[in-house]
Design a protein around this ligand. Structure first.
Ligand SMILES: C[S@@+](CC[C@H](N)C(=O)[O-])C[C@H]1O[C@@H](n2cnc3c(N)ncnc32)[C@H](O)[C@@H]1O
Ligand code: SF4
Length: 408
């Protein structure tokens, strides 16, 4: 903890910062969910959690003088917070940190628990971006993943957000879900396009029931196989491209005027724990259960246990459970992975990475990857295998993590 506080204190007032707040609660369990969340029937645990999160904000802020350029609420479902509580929390964040007037403030939203009152508070507190979980519009698919929400509902939320001035919209879709077909995914994408979001995420369903036990409720026999998944991704990507969206990295698509396209073109695109971003902040401070912070010197993660989280904060300490100091070698690998994930290419001295070059051989043989004049390039047709390819350079990935990264 002492080291992390020192890291925070070495950030200067002119450095920019990102803040991430994790709200690990949902009202209903989606069987496909891979996020760190808990289902609650009462509001009391959420209110208690918010109190501890506020204490953590105060504890962290004591060590920070930099200005904030990005704020991200993720989960779980941040939209589970009542409007007055969100308002109170944002007031405290603004008291504790200096937030730039043009900062991006983004909230991951479950359309099923957003209403006009909440959206009015988001607008009032300066929220600029909404990321809506859509997943799939097909009723059979929705039933099989326990995530039933109509197109009409999502449309109403999108219209209300726009009416209140929140125009930067991202819609999350997933391919590889049970009972999805090329026809059903085409219909879902057409319905999504009719809402004209500036960004669309198209995640591959990560089926990891050995890590997320509730995924056993997903009917495995109805899951598309790897070849069908590949067709689905390619087909979906081609519809999005025909509609004028530009493919960004592994799983994002954006309208040509969107900042993500701009930062892709000028090679400043970044990928953090929340996905692709235009955020070039020097440090990302994660707060809340399980949240990860990324600093120039390394990473730290908060405890994943809600009980420990509350106890440690009660004692006046930061609720960290693990951390890692990056070596020079780690930083080189981090840069290679970031370059591959964001630009699909990375300069590489093959003699320093002979083990990785051997693992890349099958990809080079199929043409998914090329290596020429010291440049490693991933072919556009292998975009949905970017994570697997980049993970070859991650020396910390365990066998289990490799299984996860291959499943997604
Ligand atoms: C925290 S949720 C978004 C907010 C809100 N909880 C919701 O579901 O609407 C983040 C996104 O992660 C994606 N996701 C969750 N579990 C996944 C999985 N197993 N595989 C792929 N994507 C997943 C979903 O697209 C989801 O919208
Ligand atoms: S997908 Fe979103 S709403 Fe569903 S359980 Fe996961 S975090 Fe909660």
């Amino acid at each position: 903890m002492k080291m992390y506080c020192e890291w925070l204190e070495t950030l200067e007032p002119r450095d920019t910062l990102s803040l991430y707040f994790h709200i690990p609660y949902c009202q209903k369990l989606c069987w496909f969910c891979g996020c760190h969340t808990k289902i609650v029937n009462h509001y009391e645990p959420i209110l208690n959690y918010l109190d501890f999160l506020e204490r953590e904000v105060e504890l962290v802020a004591r060590h920070v003088t930099s200005t904030v350029q990005h704020v991200h609420f993720g989960g779980g479902s941040p939209t589970i917070l009542k409007p007055d509580d969100f308002l109170r929390f944002m007031d405290l964040v603004r008291q504790c940190f200096t937030i730039n007037p043009d900062a991006e403030i983004a909230v991951e939203m479950d359309p099923r628990n957003v209403d006009e009152k909440k959206i009015a508070v988001y607008a009032q507190t300066g929220v600029t971006r909404a990321s809506l979980g859509v997943q799939d519009f097909n009723p059979r698919v929705q039933k099989a993943i326990n995530r039933v929400q109509s197109y009409t509902l999502v449309r109403r939320v999108v219209e209300t957000l726009r009416a209140k001035g929140i125009n930067a919209l991202n819609l999350d879709l997933i391919y590889g879900l049970p009972f999805q077909t090329l026809k059903s995914i085409t219909e879902t994408i057409e319905q999504t396009l009719s809402l004209e979001p500036s960004r669309i995420s198209l995640f591959g369903y990560a089926h990891v029931p050995w890590m997320k036990k509730h995924q056993k409720l997903v009917p495995e026999e109805a899951l598309p196989d790897s070849e069908q998944r590949r067709y689905m991704y390619e087909y979906a990507a081609s519809i999005l491209k025909d509609a004028g969206y530009i493919a960004i990295g592994l799983d994002h698509f954006a309208q040509p005027h969107d900042d993500l396209v701009l930062s892709t073109n000028n090679k400043t695109l970044q990928r953090n724990f929340q996905g692709y971003t235009t955020d070039t902040a020097k440090a990302l401070i994660g707060m809340g259960v399980s949240a990860i912070s990324s600093m120039p010197q390394g990473y730290v993660q908060n405890t994943t246990s809600g009980i420990d989280y509350a106890q440690i904060i009660k004692e006046g300490d930061l609720p960290l459970s693990r951390g890692i100091v990056l070596t020079e070698e780690d930083k080189l690998r981090r840069d290679i992975i970031m370059a591959l994930m964001c630009t699909m290419e990375a300069p590489l001295d093959s003699t320093s990475y002979s083990k990785e070059m051997a693992l890349l051989k099958p990809y080079i043989e199929t043409g998914d990857v090329s290596y020429e004049d010291g440049m490693l390039k991933v072919h556009p047709s292998a975009r949905n295998r970017l994570r697997m390819i980049a993970s070859i350079f991650d020396s910390y990935l365990s066998t289990a993590d490799h299984r996860y990264s291959c499943a997604s």
